[in-house]
Design a protein around this ligand. Sequence first.
Ligand SMILES: CC(C)(COP(=O)(O)OP(=O)(O)OC[C@H]1O[C@@H](n2cnc3c(N)ncnc32)[C@H](O)[C@@H]1OP(=O)(O)O)[C@@H](O)C(=O)NCCC(=O)NCCS
Length: 168
Amino acid sequence: MHFILTTPRLYLRQFTLADAPLLLALNSDPEVLKYLHEIPLKDEAHAIEILTTVILPQYPNNLGRWAVHLNDTNEFIGWCGLKHRPEIDEIDLGYRFMKKYWGNGYAFEAAKHVLDYGFNHLHIKSITGRAHIDNIASLKVLEKIGMQFIKEEIVDSCPVKTYMATVQ
Ligand SMILES: CC(C)(COP(=O)(O)OP(=O)(O)OC[C@H]1O[C@@H](n2cnc3c(N)ncnc32)[C@H](O)[C@@H]1OP(=O)(O)O)[C@@H](O)C(=O)NCCC(=O)NCCS
């Protein structure tokens, strides 16, 4: 297993192709995708396609969306991580958790440690976060980890709020 980091309650690791069932469970829930510009995954073959074309190719740069598990039980709860967006040359912080684990502070805990990891371990200078203007939970996470609101804009036809954190 390729570990990335641990927090008081969580550990983060790289996904592998064997995680297709976990990704399918996460990305087939319409409530999880409510504010995201994505179609629900249909089956495990579809999950393997996303792992192969979107998630795994980010890892050679030490970036990526990392699987998040509970330290105590090893349960998979979702993902959090940093993604390079070459088209706008940005490093983007993202997170997504299964609904049964919402409201426990896990997104804050994972996002805060991933942000610190990006600055202190990967030596990234600037990290961006975006959320749909109605995605209150996600906006709260971005604010709580100390990101600064930059602007409202339309991205992929969605109205979003853009935040940024820069190295101190
Ligand atoms: C956004 C998401 C990751 C938040 O995860 P979470 O683990 O429930 O978040 P936390 O428990 O760390 O809560 C962070 C803050 O948001 C608040 N919050 C959580 N859900 C909320 C809701 N539905 N409405 C309002 N506030 C909410 C929490 O109270 C907390 O604020 P507080 O510390 O001031 O109380 C989760 O809802 C999710 O996975 N949503 C689907 C995917 C998604 O939208 N990802 C973000 C894309 S930009």
